[in-house]
Every structure is written in structure tokens, then in C-alpha cells.
Design a protein around this ligand. Sequence first.
Ligand code: AMP
Ligand code: MG
Length: 466
Amino acid sequence: MQQELGFSDEDIQSKEFLLYVTGNANIENSKPFAMCYAGHQFGNWAGQLGDGRAINLGEIKNWALQLKGAGPTPYSRTADGLAVLRSSIREYLCSEAMHHLGIPSTRSLSISLTGDQVLRDVLYNGNPAYEKGAIVSRVAKTFLRFGNFEIFAARNDLKNLKTLTDYTIKNHFPRLGNPCKEVYLKFFQEVTNKTLEMIIHWQRVGFVHGVMNTDNMSILGLTIDYGPYGWLEGFDLGWTPNTTDKQHKRYRYGNQPNIGLWNLYQLANALYPLINAAAPLEKILEGYKSSFAQKSLEMMRAKLGLFLAEKTDINLIQSLEDNLQVIEIDMTIFFRLLSSFKKEQPEKGIELIQDAFYTPDKLVGEILNDWKHWFDSYAKRLEKENISYEEREQRMKTTNPKYVLRNYMAQLAIDKADKGDVSLVKEVYELLKKPYSEQPEFEHWFAKRPEWARHKVGCSMLSCSS
Ligand code: AMP
Ligand code: MG
């Protein structure tokens, strides 16, 4: 991010830079601010929220720069405005990892310790403890959220709703033309497309956001607000890393596309007073459903190395998902290994993906037969493709990453950093800059989650405490 903002190495090592990114000095002529927004949280209207611990410093080369965890703002309510090292490392590493995976995201420029001790109850179970405070400086073209629009609609403040929407269109969607009813609809269509695109990417790599409240939905379709997110290890449509959502699992992996749509309904309601017609908004929302089905199919085809469109692909994909769901199998490793499948040798399929199974001893009887059957069908389907093995493998490897930010990797990096050693944060950061490349020096990270991490706090269990 340093280059995009035009900072030299010298700049970022300067005392001045440190003062700016820790909130100890203001950039000349700038007026830092926190934003007011509202939101629907876990399906309910939550009213006014706002940047409780994010402070916008201003813009550099059209990029907005924001500090997260620099202290109270007018919207902190009863909270402290601070962030801990644990959650800051998680935000820093994951936002950069997403960017390098080709997934729209806010970016991170820096992470700093504040020297404060911050009290947090990690699992909200009555065990508060002090943790090191930290600040991430993060960057995006804008940090506007669905909730920024919802607040004005909820207050029936149409003047500000219009000002905000016009500002957003002029600055971030200028090619849509001058704001008017028609352009507001085009704007909503664009936000719908971008939101869908982002979620399809999440599904592709097995990313689960964890808190898809409308205040955490970027108007640019960026992945934003890295809290209790997680990465699928065993493929499981019902998985969520967020213990706060344990009961209903509203934000589980398989439900993210539906929630994207639900959130877009809330945005449509907020924009409605500018348009005064429900039908065209509903049409766009209906379109999301069919586009989702289509784009999701295309994404799965790419993951399987299918470049022609066959009607029966949907069945092949469905039976694969059924198989993946039945026995615990590492999603990232499975798809990466599958890239090297040879259609001439379907009987070697199981052997090829052996290392992806968490419980290979369960691979017997009907389960084994289903897998064998699937590999046979897959091999037959690949016969219809007219690209070489090498080309398919290479293309699949640009869709199926080798390295993602496994939950336990982030936790190991955090544990070390907490003791003052940031070497693992740096290693993981380097690794995740090239998630699709082999990187033999990092091969040890191409491994299933170790057993100790299965139920460890921070690895499989996370909360919003940050
Ligand atoms: P989240 O679900 O983490 O995105 O946060 C929901 C709301 O709580 C947002 O308005 C945040 O700004 C606010 N919030 C979260 N943590 C803090 C904190 N430590 N201090 C102040 N506000 C916070
Ligand atoms: Mg948030």
C-alpha cells in the first residue's frame, strides 16, 4: 500500500509518519473525523452506531486513510475506542491477504503498538484480561457503508441522504452520470453487482466474514471490518467462526450469499425515498438471485478446470459438495491438489487428495464409493474439454490458492508478537503476498490445521471482542 500512497521507504521510517499513524499528530490542514452510520445487526435494526474507534485522517492521492483503535470518538458510546494487538494483527494480515488473492478489500498500511493495556473479555464469558493495545492504519477509496445511507433514511433526513448519495456517485461511480432517479437505480445496480462479486470470491476461497451486519458492508463492495472472520478448514457450508452467532449461525459460510441479498434489501429501503418506485429496485434484487446462481456456477467451474459450459455441470458440482460435506476434508488443500488430477487416471483421484482428509480412516464403504464415482464422472467430464493437462492445471492454480490465512496461522503469529517477536507476522505477510504461487520455502504452511487448533480460542472460536 506504501507505493500506491506515494510513500518512500524513508517516509515510512520517519518520526513524522509514526506520529501520524498512531494518532499523535494531524496531517497539515486536515480535519480528522469519525462517521455516523446505523445498521442492521444480526437481522435487527440497531439504530445509530458510527465509527466508534475509527478516525479518518483525510485523503492521500484519493485514498482515504483511517486509524482503527486510536481512541474514543463521538460514536464510541460506552466503549473505549481502542483495539488490541490480537485483532489488529488479524485485520492487518487478512486485509492484505484478501487483496493479494484478488478479492476487493480495504487495505492496511501500518500496525503499531500503543503502549496501552486494554481490557477485553475474549469470549464474553466473564474472564476479562489486559491485552496490548494497537492501531492499524487502513486505506480504502472510501469507508462508506450501507449503514451510512440507512441512518439518513431512518431519520427521514432526505436532504442529507441525497447529498451523500450524490457525493458517492460523483466521487466513486462518476461514469454513471449526473445524479437523478435513473442514475440512483444504476448506482444501486452497481453496488449489487460489486457486493455479489465480493461474496462469490469469499465462497471461492472459503472465507467467512463472521459479522455481515449492514454497518460492515462497504458501498464499494470491499471486504471491510475484519473481526471474528475465519477460513474454512474442513469444507462445511454450516460453519461460522463467530461464537457470538453460535446459536443461529446467521453468518455461516453457506448463507453468505443470502445475507448479501438481505443486506441489499436494507440498502434498497434506504435509497427508496430518492427513487420513489419499488418495482425497479425489486427487479435488481431479483436479478441478484439469478446472477448469483450463474456466477456461482462459473466460479465452481473455474475451480474444477471446466472451461466449457455443460448443462450437467451443476450435478457434478452438487455431488462434489455433498461428498465434501460428508467427511472432513480441507477445502484449500483439496482444490489445490485437484488441479493436478489426470483424467486418464480417475482411480488415482483418491490417492491424489489423500492429504486433504482430516479423518482418512472414515473413507470406507459408501463414502469411498461416492468419491470413486465422483472422480469417474469428473474424468468423463474433463474429456469434453479441449485444453491440455498443463494448461488446465495452470489455470486451476490461479483460482485455487495454495496458501490462505489459516485460523491457526494468525493465532501463532499473534502469540509470538504478543511476546515481542514479530517474525511470524512478517513471514505470514510475505507468504500471503503470493497465495497462488508454489513458494517451496513456505511449503510447511501448505498443511492441514493441526489437531491442537481444532477447538482453541482464536483458531476455531472467535468473538466480536477486539
Ligand atoms: P463491529 O461489529 O465490530 O464492526 O462493531 C459494531 C459497532 O461497535 C461499530 O459502530 C464500532 O465502531 C463499535 N465498536 C466496536 N468496538 C469498539 C470499541 N472498542 N470502542 C468503540 N466502539 C467500538
Ligand atoms: Mg464494524
